[in-house]
Design a protein. Structure first.
Lengths: 301, 417
């Protein structure tokens, strides 16, 4: 009977599909949080597989900081068209214009934390009871404690010390009015697994992940892309480098790495020899030891 | 990483004192699974705390409260990969007040690492961990006899621990127990073979984890397919498609197999087994697939497809080893929601047969309620029959959780006897 076993990627895929089907069965109005990054692309692909030949039954929700890579938005719109899915956009700019949140001030100001309000508002106004995310436990120490089905109270908050125990593959998605859940189908995947899967399934991803020439500025140990939103310091200089991005987020805080990897094979090879964590290039996580935990408690992705 | 590499999930229970965090740190560090920025961050913290060198235990630090108190509160999942396998560690706290977290971590594990301090031998905590591993039917147990450097790498000290462990583990149901003498602090027999213990002929821990046979950990005999949801695309090319989507719990299903739908009892034949756009001739646990049948039968979530000549029990009365997970104790004859595979119903705890003292394994009868972290054998009655196998034979169809409708919290986890 020795042939009856799955390799690790097939087992991770099967687990994720199981979780997505549980979400569909246990919730009334689940959505996929879609950032245009590789993790949410993988989750969307898994959802396509989980319900085939039916169409993907989830809307895609994008929290738009207004500081986007144009490539990401183009990619998002193309994918939506291909899937025939519904797109919900929560706009941080609108939250600012409506006075729901205020822009951070100072030289390291970002819109990262502002997304929390926009996200929670979008969840509430669209009556979403489960937001599916591409979060992985290997990303960060607060995420290492996440459940597959993660409860949020009626303020959208996560209480890491009072999480529901999650045993075997039995998921408890019961909630009271006003509360919601986050679901993380690829909890058990690592960055390497994601790349190996993208390569195996030959998934389309935004061109930003491949090495390309770009105008950048050296800041906080990574190459920050030049954009209309970037305010240069006196000592900073815009240079052109061949870089690629390991994660995609707000264009003002997502740093690239110097690289020649311009195919999926080369990226997978590069990631396997990488000596820095991927979030090491995200200045949002560098603010403090518990930066991610604090944002997650408030309702972050 | 090769395409046929498998995934192995293991659990570690213990406290900082046993060297658990050091062991995990050592595994990650010596297998080169730790990134430079993580090492830098830990070097910084080690210095701030006044430690000499890098404190490997800091790799497993988690939430702010845990860092402040220097303990693990919740289950933390960690990942590493070698050229042979991908590993998931469920890192759980070892104190008795965290039994529920140990049970959680153990529920999906192929293997359990039990740490024993070579100086102290088998203690109450060791027995507790071994009992939980056997209760949760973890297929493989590796007893890590740690801190061998503090007993001069003595074979005699190691053999003493072996003897103590075997004496009480004979009462437990564990299939595969192995022992490894090691020093997590110095790295002896964790990833690299020890040069200080030439008397030990076995493999170091990592090699053991990389090579142990785990394909048989999943039941491949009893074909069980709980239906999660029904796929009815109703679009061109698939107008009549009616697929039952789910993950195979155990066993193998083949095209053409005669299957029975539980609980209705209708039978049909498997027409197709679909995995996305591929049609398969057969599928086995734990694959997620969509199954179509030759006949139109009313099937919905909570039903189970099984091979007609091998059916699970269908009963409203089940006996369960129940671990209580919630601050609020169980109430006599209280009603709960019960979750079993994709099935949800109401249930009542009819009788508390006996409690088990998880340190001494003694039974205590005439107890009225179950408190957090306690384990007991109970009788449960459900509103409709559940399709169950014993947990010993089937970890998926043999497990349940109870949910309190007043709080929606998961209050108990049970293994069907």
């Amino acid at each position: 009977m020795s042939k009856y076993y799955l390799n690790y990627l097939d087992e991770l895929e099967s687990e994720a599909i199981f979780v997505l089907r549980e979400v569909w069965a246990q919730f009334q109005n689940p959505v996929i949080l879609f950032s245009g990054g590789k993790d949410s692309i993988v989750v969307t692909h898994l959802a396509k597989k989980a319900f085939y030949p039916s169409k993907i039954p989830f809307s895609l929700m994008h929290v738009d900081t207004g500081h986007n890579f144009p490539e990401t938005i183009q990619f998002r719109d193309d994918l939506i068209k291909e899937l025939g899915a519904n797109l919900i956009v929560g706009s941080v700019q609108e939250s600012i214009d409506e006075g729901r949140v205020a822009e951070e001030k100072g030289k390291n100001a970002t819109r990262n934390a502002l997304q929390i309000t926009t996200l929670l508002d979008a969840i509430e106004s669209n009556k979403v009871d489960c937001a599916i995310g591409g979060g992985r436990r290997d990303e960060e120490k607060a995420r290492a404690k996440e459940r597959f089905f993660s409860h949020r109270d009626d303020f959208g908050q996560w209480d890491p010390k009072n999480q529901r125990p999650e045993l075997w593959n039995i998921f408890n998605g019961k909630y009271f009015e006003g509360e919601h859940f986050r679901a993380f189908p690829i909890s058990n995947w690592t960055e390497m697994d994601v790349w190996n899967y993208i390569k195996r399934e030959n998934l389309a991803i935004p061109s930003l992940y491949f090495a390309h020439e770009r105008e950048v500025v050296w800041r906080q140990n990574s190459w920050i892309p030049n954009s209309e939103f970037l305010v240069l310091e006196d000592h900073e200089e815009v240079v052109t480098k061949k870089i690629r991005f390991r994660t995609l987020g707000d264009i003002t805080i997502t740093g690239g790495i110097e690289s020649d990897a311009d195919t999926l094979e080369k990226i997978a090879d590069e990631v396997s020899t990488m000596r820095q964590t991927e979030r090491g290039n995200r200045s949002d996580d560098k603010r403090s030891e518990s930066a991610m935990e604090d944002r997650k408690r408030q309702g972050y992705f | 990483m090769l395409d046929n590499n498998q995934l192995l999930r293991f659990t570690t229970a213990g406290s900082v004192d046993d060297g658990k965090s050091t062991l995990i740190g050592r595994l990650l560090y010596d297998s080169k699974s730790i990134f430079e920025d993580q090492i830098e961050s830990i070097e910084k913290t080690s210095k701030q705390k006044g430690h000499e060198g890098v404190d490997l235990a800091l790799f497993t630090d988690g939430l702010r409260d845990e860092r402040e108190q220097g303990i693990t509160i919740d289950v933390a999942y960690r990942y590493f990969t070698t050229p042979k396998r991908k590993f998931i560690i469920a890192d759980t706290p070892g104190h008795i007040q965290y039994t529920r977290n140990m049970v959680t971590g153990a529920s999906t594990a192929n293997a359990a690492l039990i740490l024993v301090d070579a100086r102290h031998g088998v203690i109450e905590q060791t027995r507790r961990h071994a009992f939980i591993a056997s209760l949760l039917q973890i297929p493989h147990i590796i007893v890590c006899v740690n801190k061998m450097d503090l007993v001069d790498f003595s074979e005699e000290a190691y053999n003493k621990v072996l003897g103590q462990f075997e004496e009480f583990s004979s009462k437990l149901l564990v299939k595969d127990v192995r022992f490894i003498p090691m020093s997590a602090l110095l790295g002896d027999n964790v990833v690299n073979r020890s040069e200080n213990m030439s008397w030990y002929q076995g493999a170091p821990l990592l090699h053991t984890l990389e090579t142990m046979h785990i394909s048989s950990d999943v039941n491949k005999v009893d074909a069980r397919f709980p239906v999660q949801t029904v796929l009815r695309p109703q679009r061109e090319g698939f107008i009549d498609y009616r697929g039952y989507a789910g993950r195979i719990s155990s066993g193998v299903f083949r095209k053409g197999d005669e299957v029975t739908v539980m609980p209705s009892g209708f039978t049909s034949k498997i027409k197709t087994i679909d995995a996305f756009d591929k049609e398969l001739d057969e599928a086995f646990a734990p694959m997620s697939v969509s199954i179509t049948l030759e006949d139109d039968i009313d099937i919905s979530r909570g039903d189970m497809l099984v091979r007609s000549n091998n059916k699970p029990d269908a009963s409203q009365d089940i006996e369960v080893m129940l671990c209580w997970l919630n601050n609020a104790p169980s109430k006599p004859r209280a009603k709960y929601s019960i979750f079993h595979t994709s099935n949800q119903q109401k249930a009542m705890i009819k009788e508390l047969v006996y409690k088990i003292d998880i340190n001494t394994l003694q039974r205590k009868e005439d107890e009225a309620e179950l408190k957090m972290n306690e384990i007991a054998k109970v009788k449960i009655r459900t509103t409709k029959p559940l399709m169950t196998d014993s947990y010993r034979e089937n970890r998926t169809t043999g497990s349940i959780i109870l949910v309190d409708d007043a709080t929606n919290e998961t209050v108990a986890a049970g293994m069907i006897v």
